[in-house]
Structure formats: C-alpha cells, structure tokens
Ligand binder design. Structure first.
Ligand code: ADP
Ligand code: ADP
Ligand code: MG
Length: 659
C-alpha cells in the first residue's frame, strides 16, 4: 500500500478521501487555490500546496502544477475525486509519466468512455441497449436537425463531452432546434472545450438508474448494487438512493449484467458507474462515469464497503478478496444540500455560512467540506454537504433522513433544504418510483413558500430578543435596550416583528420571572429556558425553538414545523434593497458573461433572454422583465460581473395601467 496520497480536488470529496486515507495510515497531501487557502480540506491535510488563483482553470485544472506539487511532496498516489481532472486521460498519463499511481482507471478506458458519442458507438458493439439517437461525428446543423426529425421530437441535445447536466437542451419541436443547438454548443465549448453534441430521443417519464462497478487488475469485475438518481433539477441529481427501488428482479439482474459487460468492453479497472435511463422494464445505456461518483455513499451504506479504500487497494495492485458482490443490507438515501434558491429558478447562492449545523445520529452520515464561518464562493460547485441515511427498509431510511434534515441549520446562503425536505415528505416519492420529471410535476409542493410564521414562532423570536437584551445588560448594541427593563414592578414596551410582509406588534410586560406578551388580542404568560436549543413556555405548554440572532433578525426553527427569518423592526436593521428596478437589469450573482443576446435599440418582449451569465457551472438566462427597448448594453461576452452589476438598461414600453 502507498504511504502517501495527494487529492487533486477540493471540498467534501477531498475531505472524504482524506478520511479513509488517514484511517489507512497514509500521509495526506492537499492542493488548493488561493480562494481555498483556509478551506477544510487544507486544514485536515498533513501538507498542502498552493497551485494558483481561484479560477479552476488556473488551479485545480492545471495538470503540470499538480504533478509538480506531487513531486515536491513525494506523493506516491493521486486521487482525482470527481469533476475537475477526474476523467481527463491526459492527467492519468501525466501521473504515470511522473511515476505516481493514479487512483482510477487507465487512460485508454477513460478515453473510450470519455465522449458520450464514442462510448455509445462502443456499447452498441458490445450489445448494450442504447436510446435511439444520433451519435455520429458529423456536426453540420442541417444534418443534426434532419437526424432530430428522423428520431422524432421531443429530442435531447447533449454535449458529447458533457457532465453534471451541463450542455443539455430538451427540444420540443423542429422550430426550436436551431436556437437550442446553439445554446448546447455554446455551453459545451465553454464548459468542456468541445462543441460536439449528440441527439437522442427524449424519454418523457424516465428513471435514472445506475450501477456501481468495481474492477481489479486481476480480472474481477463486480456490480455493487444499483442506485436510483431520478430526482433531479436541471438534469442534475439532488436525491439518490440504493438499491434502486420498485424494479423487478429480472430487471435488476439484467441491468447489473449490462453494466459488467460495459465495463469489461473497455477493460475497466477501479471504481466506475454505468448510467442507464429506464422506462418501465426497458433500460438504455446513457454514459459511463470513469471515476468515483458523488452519490457513492449510498452504495457504501448498503454494501458495507469503503469504496475509497478499495480504489486505493486496487490502484496499489491488490486483488478483490471476493468474487461476488456483497449482499445488500437495508436501504440508503442521500440528499445533496446545495447553496441555491429553489424558488428563484434554483439559482446558486453565495455568502458566508454564518450558521452551519449538520445532523448526526444512528444511521446518519454527513460528508461536507465546509464549516461554520466559511464562505461559499462563486468559483466552484454549489453543493455544500451530502446528508445520507441508512435504515432497514426504504421507509426507515427516508424517516431517518427527514429527521436529519429537520436538525440541519444553514444560514448566510440560500439552500435547497426545504425543497429536499418537501421531496422526502411527498407521498409520490414514498410510494412509487419517481421519474426525472418529479420536481417539475410537483413544483407546487417542492417550491412551496414556507407557511406564515405561527404565533409560537413569533413569540419565540420575541423571547430570543428579550433574553439577548437581558444577557447583554450593561453592554451596547442593537440587542441592548434598557427602556423596558426595571428591577421592580412591571414595565411595558412593544416590539414589532416582521415575518414575510406582515408586521406584527407584540405588547410586552416584564415580570420577575416571566413576561406577559399580548399578541392578536390574547395575553400569554411566557418564560424561557436558555438553550441551545431554547425552550419556550407559553402558559402551560412548552416547546423547543431553535433561535439565532443576526443582522437585526431572528432565525426561528420549530423542529418538524419549519424555519422562519423574523425581522425585528426596532433593532438596527441594515438597509437592504433590491438593486434592480424594472429598467435596470442587474446580475443576480457574481459570474462571467457567457453571451449577450441583444444590442442597444432592440425592441424586446417580456421573458426574452437578453444576457446569459455563467456562475457555479450553471448558465443563468437573464430575461427582460417587461416589454421595452434596450437603451444600453453595459457588458460583453467574457466580462466578469459582480452581484448587482448592471448588465442592460431597458426602456419599458408604455407602462401598463393598473387593472
Ligand atoms: P454526473 O456527471 O452523472 O452528474 P455526479 O452526480 O457524480 O455525476 O456528478 C459529478 C459532477 O458534479 C461532475 O462532473 C462535476 O461537474 C460536478 N461537481 C460536483 N462537485 C464538484 C467538485 N467539488 N468539484 C468539481 N466538480 C464537481
Ligand atoms: P451528464 O453527463 O450531464 O450526467 P447524462 O447523459 O448522464 O449527462 O444525463 C443526465 C440526465 O439527463 C439523466 O440523469 C436524465 O435525467 C436526463 N436524460 C439523459 N438522457 C435522457 C433521455 N434520452 N431522455 C430523457 N432524459 C434524459
Ligand atoms: Mg450522468
């Protein structure tokens, strides 16, 4: 076995690989960009080497700098994680040339599976079923459009070099083909440096089912159970589980055998994943990911294997000690907690994690690469943690995961936490096999705004303020008001809170051990036991309220009921306004301008895309909020923009009269 390991990656996957390496007694070596100098994966390593500026293209994607760092530190092996260089055969070759073991497959297998188009051609030969489509080398738009018509609409255009759901466009009919093709090609060139696309029949109620494979250099290739990753937004997985539920034994056997055949066809070694798209009992090869997958923990939970340990052992030349896959125990479900705002089109969100509390408990695993106080920057992926639960049955695993999400607190960035909880709570997820259209079909539930803050939450927020004031007595600051506080007798004051857009005024009378709080005409006797989490008593009922004060507001979570941010109107609240009016179209996020689709003088209609911003590996299409004329364009393709920076100035057409 190696004595040292470098991870050519960052975030949760670097941390996760180091955890196993450390357990196996290996020296852990990190590389990092300037933006990650203080990151968790760096803090946890024995040695760390800075490899360049924040942009991945200048750091985590620089092969020569990573090899140089490995040489300097004497790393015997490099684990590439996922993303970045993990599927780059030139990187595997550079490792070999430097005498360093690459923890992954050989470059030939990577190359064979690297392009979706070439991989499909290869799989066709190996007898693995494919989605009907066109995966040829000729890329003339006229030819592609003709192929799309032959395949039959709707079709899906995919970047051949694609990954992570990028470079993909669903096309409903022939009229929309040309624009969609241009979009997919642009995203493909920008993300992968390769504009080649393929066209497939777009299945309308498919499931994403994949098979984890593990192969050693001694001829053993095993299928380690299945995973269902059908819950996706923007073609990116956010909920994954193992084994795939609701499939027949015949299908399970068939899909695992097809996966082993696919891996063998390219002489695959190490851990990899064959992805299939399935409809009813039919399944079709989609692609192979020649690396460890984000969702590998669910497979680890049900097989009891540490996949990273086996990746390292296989890379060191060891043989798998078993020739059949271990039996599956129970069921596991994972969610990807992302810094993003589901109700704003799942737009990524950046900021400092002012609060970051992860769950624990029996059967619960958390993989993360950030800590409270860390920043989520626009440079990398928006995923901040994976939360995984394992149970005896699928129902047990879901129940555990729901409880774990209820104990999760993140503040400082928007997250998809509520959306994930809503998915897990949905009967359509619990009782039947979800398809990849699940989120779109249940947007009303998944994107539902939180219910209005109940009285209990408002009183908890008031109590949090009163307790903070009491504790800070003699201090100074927004939470230290003394005008209501008397040693003797009772004093009265009011406190105005704002939850959503409803201001609520509470009348408070101070007593020796409790407060009397009047709200909506009812008066309650209220006291509190300091936490965390705080316990509030209202009259004869006690409940837990998890409260945190920040920036003139209180975050209140009532476990199992919801979370609310409640503004305190008479505290010092920093002014915050929406920078963009109707005429001033601003970037919602720091990023890079991928395309400008208008020029000054253009007449545009509401909803027309004016600018495309690329941030956190996502293309955000910025549309005109109203009909109007473009007065000025302030940016050009390739520009870096800050959050709130003006992109386009629009002159609205005649303002519509209020109805
Ligand atoms: P798929 O490619 O099928 O979506 P995964 O679900 O395993 O497979 O997602 C891996 C993808 O996620 C990578 O291709 C990459 O684009 C992206 N990704 C996620 N996290 C990171 C990260 N920390 N660094 C780089 N890429 C990442
Ligand atoms: P990536 O490399 O980005 O992971 P994939 O080829 O694995 O790309 O596809 C990602 C997702 O897109 C799938 O999980 C599925 O939800 C959807 N998808 C892919 N191919 C099809 C298809 N032919 N019909 C319908 N949905 C598809
Ligand atoms: Mg995929």
């Amino acid at each position: 076995m190696f004595r040292s390991l470098m991870v050519a990656n960052r975030g949760e996957i670097a941390v996760r690989v180091f955890r196993t390496a450390r357990r196996m007694g290996l020296r852990c070596i990190a590389v990092h960009s300037e933006a990650d100098a203080g990151a968790m994966h760096v803090a946890m390593a024995d040695e760390a080497i800075a490899i360049g500026p924040a942009a991945a293209a200048e750091s985590y994607l620089r092969i020569e700098r990573i090899i140089e760092a490995a040489r300097r530190t004497g790393a015997e092996a490099i684990h590439p994680g996922y993303g970045f260089l993990s599927e780059n055969p030139a990187f595997a070759e550079a490792c070999a040339a430097a005498g360093i073991a690459f923890v992954g497959p050989g470059p030939a297998a990577m190359r064979a599976m690297g392009g979706k188009a070439a991989a499909k051609a290869l799989m066709e030969k190996a007898g693995v079923p494919l989605v009907p489509g066109y995966h040829g080398a000729a890329q003339d738009p006229g030819l592609l459009a003709a192929e799309a018509s032959r395949i039959g609409y709707p079709v899906l255009i995919k970047a051949s070099a694609g990954g992570g759901g990028r470079g993909m466009r669903v096309v409903a009919d022939a009229a929309a083909f040309v624009e969609a093709l241009a979009g997919a090609q642009r995203e493909a060139s920008a993300s992968f440096g390769d504009a080649q696309v393929l066209v497939e029949r777009y299945l309308t109620r498919p499931r994403h089912i994949e098979v984890q494979v593990l192969a050693d250099t001694h001829g053993t290739t095993l299928a380690l159970s299945t995973r269902d990753c059908s819950i996706q937004r923007r073609h990116q997985k956010i909920v994954e589980e193992a084994p795939a539920p609701f499939i027949s034994d015949a299908m399970r056997t068939g899909i695992e055998a097809a996966a082993v055949a696919a891996a063998r066809a390219v002489g695959y070694v190490n851990a990899g994943t064959i992805e299939f798209i399935a409809e009813d009992d039919a399944f079709f090869f989609m692609e192979m990911n020649t690396r460890l997958q984000v969702e590998h923990p669910v497979t680890e939970a049900v097989t009891g294997l540490d996949l990273v340990e086996w990746q390292l052992r296989i890379a060191a030349g060891e043989a798998l000690p078993f020739t059949t896959a271990p039996a599956v125990t129970g069921h596991a479900v994972e969610v990807r907690l992302c810094a993003e705002d589901p109700r704003a089109g799942w737009r990524p969100s950046t900021g400092r994690l002012s609060r970051f509390v992860m769950p624990d408990g029996e059967g619960v695993r958390v993989d993360t690469g950030v800590r409270e106080g860390d920043s989520v920057t626009p440079h990398y992926d928006s995923m901040i943690a994976k939360i995984i639960a394992h149970g005896g049955t699928r129902g047990d695993a879901i129940a555990r995961l729901r409880a774990a999400l209820a104990a999760t607190r993140v503040e400082g960035v928007a997250t998809n936490l509520d959306a994930l909880a809503a998915i897990l709570a949905h009967a359509g997820f619990a009782e039947a096999a979800p398809t990849t259209g699940f989120i779109a079909a249940h947007e009303d539930v998944v994107l539902a705004p939180p219910p209005p803050a109940p009285t209990r939450a408002l009183i908890a927020a008031a109590v949090a303020v009163l307790v903070a004031e009491r504790d800070a007595e003699g201090g100074a600051g927004p939470w230290c008001r003394h005008d209501g506080w008397r040693l003797f007798g009772r004093a009265r004051r009011t406190l105005t809170l704002r939850a959503g857009d409803r201001p609520v005024t509470l009348a408070i009378a101070y007593g020796p051990a409790a407060w009397e709080i009047t709200l909506d005409g009812a008066t309650h006797n209220v006291s509190a036991e300091a936490g965390p989490p705080m316990r509030v008593r209202i009259d004869d009922a006690r409940y837990v309220a998890d409260c945190s004060l920040r920036d003139g507001s209180v975050g209140v979570t009532l476990p199992g009921q919801g979370s609310w941010r409640i503004a305190v109107e008479d505290a010092l609240t920093p002014a915050s306004g929406d920078l963009a009016g109707d005429d001033r179209i601003a970037s919602p996020i720091p990023g890079r301008v991928a395309a400008v689709l208008c020029v000054a003088g253009d007449a545009v209609t509401r909803g027309q895309v004016l600018v495309v911003i690329e941030a956190m590996k996502t293309e955000l299409r910025i549309a005109a909020p109203v009909d109007g004329t473009v007065a000025r364009v302030d940016v050009a393709a390739g520009d870096q923009v800050e959050e709130g920076m003006e992109l386009v100035k629009l002159e609205a057409a005649t303002a519509s009269a209020p109805g």
